[in-house]
Write a protein that binds this ligand. Structure first.
Ligand code: ATP
Ligand code: MG
Length: 566
């Protein structure tokens, strides 16, 4: 695949950049994707990635990958590696433009000294609780710190001794001297540096003071010459502070533009909560196929092109909204409909004996691997006396509209013969149907229908018992029962977890050609949905498939039925 060719459709940010280029404000567009390496990327990040890389591609500019690694306590190399893997998988290439906020620690520190020298920052000995109390509220102005009027010399001396490690964690901070009665709370002397004797995954033990995110993020953009610093709406109130830093320090001034973050229903997206789901064992890792993470979606079998199409489809706006999960699943269906070869798989097998077919004989039908793409070739489908069909395709006492198999009824085997159910064999103890005795019509092979023969409405999928390959299939449902699991502040979102979000079917049978499937390869099991071989757990011949999505939006249908029967 060509990297970074995924451009972006019209949106308000693209318009702003267009005007900036026309007016000559910038000659070249530089954007960045700035993850904090404290978790894995999720589908919300994909929106930001597609936007930042897409804009850069559209305008022939470049997009940086910058890790905002200012919090040594929560950040790890594992997350950095995972973020890079996910970005590349999604189809984006940052080339040589890989940066780290920690790479600017010295510059940021020099900026801090400059502010002190200009009389615009001071060392404050209030503790965290006091600073909060002194800050005031939206309706009341804040109170100035008693340390606010220290001399430049004293501040510089204290800041240098903070850096030198003379003071304990939390005993002092460096604050900007702005305005304790500003209407915007972010301007009430925000903290710039804190003391933290912690090992950083990149700078080791070189530092025992660390810049706050707000003091690092905007300046990192500035250092990199980012022209358009695109972020989510909650940073709108921080913009005046970033602007103040750039003006006061007299450094390059990126333009910040905010957009509405992506919210999806039936899931959670904050990294803190995703980390809880992983650590508390509600899912089996960041790449659990039920997770909204990119690694989870990859493992589930979502094609990266579907995620890019989704990000384009939902657009970029200024007002928060919740996108329906079905929009994402539709994008996955559309992509897989084109790319996934067809196959037959039986999830809950029911044995069928074709009583008028010899036990030692076998036949083979040929079927296209894809109905609309002959280039994908054909597959061979063996037929023999013993078959398996899905339990769902038989009913002992079927209603009129059930066009599958029932006693005395006919059905067509996909690509094969028409069969009639002559006898139903039950387990004498449980009464459960264990086997069907059927007869086939030899004139109807390969979809053939002799003239004058009554038509058969139903077509079902099947496999030949002697040829089929066993597989485990995992069916996934929504991870949460409620559309907005964090919506009600009174209830813990974990109580909303769907106990039936994973269904493991261990006795499945699939057509023999799939025995050679590669890890991560997706197929359409005809009539059932899209399934992808697991990337992690498939070893040797033990085939494990994840259901990617159903063929249609069965969830909407289930909900309808549930409300109808209430
Ligand atoms: P947290 O979940 O802890 O709030 P975060 O999701 O903001 O963290 P970052 O690593 O700071 O995580 O995000 C990197 C970039 O991705 C930021 O520019 C952020 O604006 C963007 N981003 C994060 N979540 C979303 C989302 N749901 N929709 C769009 N962009 C997002
Ligand atoms: Mg963030």
């Amino acid at each position: 695949m060509d990297l970074n060719t995924t451009s972006i459709g019209p949106n308000f940010i693209r318009n702003i950049i267009e005007q900036d280029l026309e007016s000559g404000k910038h000659a070249m567009v530089v954007t960045r994707f700035p993850p904090e390496p404290n978790g894995y990327l999720h589908i919300g990040h994909a929106k930001s990635i597609c936007l930042n890389f897409g804009l850069a591609a559209h305008f022939g500019g470049r997009c940086h990958l910058r890790f905002d690694d200012t919090n040594p306590v929560k950040e790890e190399q594992e997350y950095i590696d995972a973020i890079k893997t996910d970005l590349a998988w999604l189809g984006f290439d940052w080339g040589e433009y890989e940066y780290y906020a920690s790479g600017y620690f010295e510059t940021l520190y020099q900026y801090a000294e400059r502010l002190v020298e200009q009389g615009q920052a001071y060392v404050c000995d209030l503790n965290g609780e006091q600073i909060r109390a002194y800050r005031g509220t939206l309706t009341e102005p804040g109170v100035e710190s008693p340390f606010r009027n220290r001399s430049v010399e004293e501040n510089l001396d204290l800041l240098r001794r903070m850096r030198a490690g003379e003071f304990s964690d939390g005993s002092r901070v460096l604050r900007a001297k702005i305005d304790m009665s500003a209407a915007n709370l972010n301007l009430r002397d925000p903290v710039l540096y804190r003391i933290l004797h912690a090992h950083h995954h990149r700078t080791g033990d070189r530092w025992c003071i660390y810049p706050m995110y707000d003091f690092a993020h905007g300046q990192s953009d500035s250092i990199e010459g980012v022209t358009h610093s695109i972020c989510t709406l909650e940073f709108e109130d921080h913009r005046p502070l970033y602007d103040w830093f750039c003006q006061t320090l007299d450094i390059f001034h990126p333009q910040q533009i905010e957009f509405a973050r992506l919210n999806l229903n039936y899931t959670v997206m904050s990294k803190r909560r995703l980390l809880e789901l992983v650590n508390e064992g509600h899912v089996c890792g960041w790449d659990d196929p039920r997770m909204p993470t990119l690694s989870g979606m990859r493992r589930r079998g979502f094609p990266p092109a579907a995620i890019r199409a989704f990000c384009e489809r939902i657009g970029v706006g200024k007002s928060d909204s919740i996108i329906d999960m079905s929009v994402l699943e539709d994008c996955v269906r559309e992509e897989l409909d084109q790319s996934a070869p067809r196959a037959m798989g039986v999830l809950r097998p029911l044995k069928v004996i074709i009583t008028n077919f010899p036990a030692d004989a076998e036949e083979e039908f040929v079927a296209p691997s894809h109905p609309k793409n002959p280039g994908m070739g054909n597959r061979r489908i063996p037929f023999s006396r013993e078959l398996f069909i899905d339990q769902d395709d038989f009913m002992e006492d079927p209603p009129k509209k059930f066009f599958r198999l029932g006693p005395g009824r006919e059905v067509r085997l996909r690509y094969g013969y028409i069969i009639r159910c002559d006898k139903v064999i039950k387990d004498p103890a449980s009464g459960e149907v264990v086997e069907l005795h059927c007869s086939y019509d030899p004139e109807t092979g390969g979809g053939n229908l002799p003239e004058g023969r009554p038509k058969v409405k139903g077509i079902i999928h099947w496999v030949s018992a002697a040829h089929a390959v066993s597989a485990e299939v995992r069916l996934y449902d929504r991870l949460f029962l409620s559309a907005n699991p964090t919506g009600d502040k009174q209830t813990d979102y974990r109580t909303q977890l769907n106990p039936q979000s994973l269904d493991r079917l261990t006795n499945c049978l699939i057509e023999p050609e799939l025995a050679n499937a590669q890890p991560g390869q997706a197929f359409q099991f005809e009539r059932l949905g899209y399934f992808c071989t697991d990337r992690e757990e498939n070893r040797g011949q033990a085939l494990l498939f994840n259901r990617v999505v159903t063929l249609r939006d069965t969830w909407a249908k289930l909900q309808e039925n549930a409300t109808a029967t209430k």
